[in-house]
Design a protein around this ligand. Structure first.
Ligand SMILES: [Zn+2]
Length: 579
């Protein structure tokens, strides 16, 4: 949905952040601000601050920060348009449907319609022409009820069955291609799925967004499973298979079982495990974990028993840990998956396995072992500490460190030290993560100054550009500011500025906006510090080039020029080199 900017601004202005957050949390006045315990992490003392003047919130414990829209997004687990809509309702503002949004909506609607009609077509194929496919599904012990409940279908052994059907329904080739169920190769259009059992994939709200297809005879070519391609309505990493059909059971049972594939999920459901979901063939993403977390924070990971499945279990458990869910992992025998295990041992044995599921470190201890071989022990400990480093909640982290120290007979201090080292390494790898802020203090100060002084930003933009910035988020902000003609406008409205950033970037910008002010008197020396750092960087670069090409006159000249600039700065003796 497209919402015009002026409407968004009206909705923002009508929703005072203090009164909105007060509807969720017990805010208490504290100086010019309000505060309370943070809803996004566990804490004993209040470090969640709401500023009525800036219309921002920021948690100085976990770092979360943003404006009234992002608060509703985070708290209610909504996307941006949904949050805007919710706040529009709160203040009775109508969101007009303009031409662009109508067009976009109609494109979405066409794809949803195509998917819905394709599903009906596949389902009727299974009933009318699906003797072999049905025999196959029955041989896998799936009941007719289960087959109907998940709307399983059949793609015929024909290249144009679906295409002709959808054309008769009035769709043109262009929309059919954009829905992804028809493909074009060598100028010829044909169906994407041939002779496969079809598993429709639903969004959590019950819209058909895509399909999976599985071969069911031995003579068939191609991969065992095939998915429809991603498009505007289907993004694999954002959906969880079967969640639409099982969310009521997940809420009832207050738990969810996560398996790897469609067939596992359907089989589990068929055998009475109704709170099951699957991660759509891809490895679990943070979005998927958050989606499951909307319904329960009690998750069982039930992947294949082979070593790939075990590695994937550890990986998935870390994704959950990073979203504050503490999953339990079910161990299957080496050569079994949930489907084959149910066939061989029945549902009671699987129930027993689920009951004795391990937490993340018990699982690692179980499969890697501990106490027999020092070399293996080191690997085991490393895996466990790596998992702990994903935990966001400090209190939980501390509890686990204490437990692990006790079990492995290690000192807590050394465990903490290793975790810190691990986290820094992870951060080094991922430049998007907030890096060592101290090292970047000039960059941060300059961004602060610009954002806090809409009238004076030109002092900065006249002298430097984004090439002076190395801190990933500072660089991003600088690039954004330089690319906008309406700089004063966006800088002067902090809440509006925050709409331009998401996730960690938004937390970072909110932190900057809430922090101490930078005086104009200091800005010259900060700028010089920044320049000095940049020259240093350039000097290293050019020296590397000279090493490779020592006779290049131009390189030598550049080096001389940089050195001179640095001398000039040093001469003023105002530089306090930090970091
Ligand atoms: Zn917090």
């Amino acid at each position: 949905m497209f919402i015009p900017q002026n409407i968004i601004d009206n909705i923002r202005e009508a929703n005072d952040i203090v009164s909105v957050i007060s509807e969720y949390l017990p805010l208490k006045k504290s100086g010019v601000n309000y505060k309370c315990r943070c809803p996004f992490h566990n804490e004993k003392t209040a470090s969640f601050i709401v500023s009525p003047s800036k219309q921002l919130y920021k948690c100085f414990g976990c770092g979360k920060g943003g404006n009234v829209f992002s608060f509703v997004m985070e708290y209610e687990k909504l996307n941006f348009p949904e949050a805007v809509e919710k706040l529009a309702e709160r203040v009775h503002i109508n969101i007009p449907k303009d031409k662009l949004s109508t067009e976009r909506a109609s494109n979405y609607k066409q794809i949803y319609d195509i998917n819905e009609q394709a599903m009906e077509y596949f389902c009727s194929n299974l009933i009318l022409h699906g003797d072999n496919a049905l025999a196959y599904l029955k041989s896998r012990n799936l009941s007719s009820d289960t087959i109907k409940y998940f709307h399983l279908g059949l793609a015929l052994d024909a290249w144009n069955g679906l295409m002709d059907y959808l054309k008769r329904k009035g769709h043109n080739e262009k929309t059919l291609l954009s829905a992804g169920l028809i493909k074009k190769s060598e100028q010829r259009l044909s169906d994407k799925f041939w002779k496969r059992i079809i598993f429709p994939i639903y969004s959590v709200n019950g819209k058909v967004i895509g399909f999976g297809g599985r071969i069911y005879t031995n003579d068939q070519q191609g991969p065992k499973y095939l998915n429809s391609p991603e498009n505007v309505v289907f993004r694999k990493g954002r959906h969880v298979y079967a969640l639409y059909q099982t969310k009521q059971y997940i809420s009832q049972d207050k738990s969810a079982i996560l398996v790897e594939g469609y067939m596992d999920a359907i089989k589990m459901f068929n055998f009475g495990f109704r709170n099951v979901v699957a991660s759509l063939g891809t490895s679990l993403t943070e979005n998927q974990a958050k989606l499951i977390a909307r319904f329960t924070d009690n998750v069982y990971i039930l992947y294949d028993g082979d070593s790939a499945g075990r590695t994937a279990s550890i990986r998935a458990s870390r994704i959950f840990l990073s979203t504050n869910i503490f999953p339990r992992i079910v161990i299957l025998p080496k050569n079994e998956d949930p489907d084959s295990f149910l066939e061989k041992f029945g549902e009671q044995k699987l129930k027993d396995r689920i009951k004795s599921a391990k937490n993340f470190y018990e699982f690692i201890l179980d499969i890697f072992g501990y106490g027999n071989d020092p070399n293996q022990d080191r690997k085991t400990v490393k895996e466990i500490l790596e998992s702990i480093s994903y935990i966001q909640d400090d209190l939980q982290k501390e509890i686990y460190v204490r437990e692990i120290a006790h079990i492995l007979k290690l000192r807590e201090e050394s465990i903490w030290k290793s975790i810190h080292n691990l986290q820094y390494r992870v951060k080094d790898k991922d430049s998007k993560k907030e890096a060592n802020n101290y090292k970047y203090s000039e960059e941060i100060d300059i961004i602060k100054f610009m954002l806090q002084n809409p009238d004076n930003y030109i002092i900065i933009t006249d002298k430097i550009d984004d090439s002076y910035f190395f801190h990933p988020q500072c660089k991003k902000i600088m690039q954004l500011l330089l690319s906008r003609k309406d700089i004063p406008d966006i800088i002067s409205n902090h809440s509006k500025l925050l709409d331009l950033f998401a996730d960690k970037d938004r937390d970072f910008v909110a932190g900057i906006l809430m922090s101490n002010t930078i005086s104009k008197d200091n800005i010259e020396s900060i700028l010089e510090g920044l320049k000095f750092r940049k020259y240093n960087f350039d000097l290293v670069k050019i020296s590397e080039k000279i090493l490779k090409d020592p006779d290049n006159i131009e390189y030598l000249r550049v080096k001389e020029r940089i050195k001179k600039e640095m001398e000039k700065l040093k001469g003023r003796k105002v530089i306090k080199l930090r970091g």
